[in-house]
Design a binder for this molecule. Structure first.
Ligand code: CU
Ligand code: CU
Length: 330
């Protein structure tokens, strides 16, 4: 098994060898070893930069920033995360089927390259999902022609490190004609499941177990501040599993999903689902009705991951407001 440092050692040896042979290596051994250090070290935390999103007709201009920011992944546990815009997951993006996305990535991380891989678009990865150098920016244009709930993530190498360190998020491409059940939905939420491993430890990303499995980035926010609904409401959740390594068995305790649109495509409709299988990078739109007051835990039914944090709470009250009190989480 090649651990990350070993890959670098071999690359380094190969680079020196190639350079000695041809004098035309594009990456010097010095750059390589600086990179190696950057991957395992912590960087000063940069305050979150807001994304800039602007629509002009059917063109949506999205500007995002790759940056390093400390975030609290569990109570008192800070992770020096690689992020889009200073949060992990990054901002939820919304466009419409048929839009053209003009995407700009500004790389504020002065130590390494970052990039953007949008699952929502058709594009040539070798020209549109490419690295943006430290301190620079890159602009890429692509069509959003398929409706759905998609993952985006940094695709720079090694991609596993960029995702495990926090560089992912959700993009929703709303169907042109909407979902057939739009008129039934009273409220909607977005959830991204993901894993946190030992900080910056590539060997742990490859061979280890996650230390935390979370919804929307940490183990506690959605327990302390539950999602809300009113008795009788139909609730829609846009859900995505960022991984990087685990699947999600997405389940809402106390209800059955009336409709599930796999990957959020209105044509992929299934009825009466108890648990939705989300592969790493998979998504769905799920809808269900809550018939009684109470706290409904939202989990992945792989319960060892619930023990590691993957549990949110949907609180259902008579008026849809939160009247306080400790939540019943799993
Ligand atoms: Cu990255
Ligand atoms: Cu991907």
């Amino acid at each position: 098994m090649l651990s990350f440092p070993n890959i670098y050692k071999y690359t380094l040896i190969l680079t020196i060898f190639t350079a000695a042979l041809s004098h035309c290596s594009s990456t010097s051994p010095i750059q390589q070893s600086q990179n190696e250090e950057a991957f395992s070290s912590t960087a000063p935390s940069q305050p979150p930069v807001d994304p800039v999103i602007r629509r002009d007709g059917q063109t949506v201009y999205i500007e995002m920033t790759s940056q390093v920011t400390d975030i609290e992944i569990s109570k008192g546990v800070i992770y020096n995360a690689w992020t889009f815009n200073g949060t992990s997951p990054g901002p939820v993006l919304r466009v419409k089927e048929g839009d053209t996305i003009v995407f700009t990535l500004k790389n504020k991380d002065m130590r390494m390259n970052h990039s953007m891989d949008m699952h929502a678009v058709h594009a040539s990865p070798s020209s549109k999902f490419i690295d943006v150098m430290p301190g620079e920016e890159g602009t890429f244009t692509y069509p959003a022609s398929n409706p759905g709930v998609f993952m985006y993530h940094c695709g720079s190498k090694p991609t596993l490190a960029h995702i495990a360190n926090g560089m992912y998020g959700m993009i929703i491409v709303e169907p042109k004609a909407g979902y057939p059940s739009d008129h039934l939905v009273d409220r909607s939420y977005t959830l991204v499941q993901s894993e946190w491993y030992k900080e910056h430890d590539y060997n742990s990303f490859v061979n280890g177990e996650p230390e935390y499995v979370v919804f929307n980035g940490n183990t506690y926010t959605l327990k302390e501040h539950p999602l809300l609904a009113k008795v009788g409401d139909t609730v829609r959740i846009y859900v995505s599993n960022a991984g990087p390594n685990e699947v999600s068995s997405f389940h809402v305790v106390g209800t059955i999903m009336d409709r599930v649109y796999k990957d959020g495509n209105p044509r992929n409709i299934e009825y009466g689902i108890q648990t939705v299988m989300l592969p790493a990078s998979g998504g769905a739109v799920v809808e269900f009705t809550v018939t009684e007051e109470g706290d409904y835990p939202i989990v992945t039914h792989q319960f060892k991951h619930v023990d590691k944090g993957a549990s949110a709470v949907l609180r259902v009250t008579k008026d849809g407001k939160n009247h306080g009190g400790k939540t019943m989480a799993h």
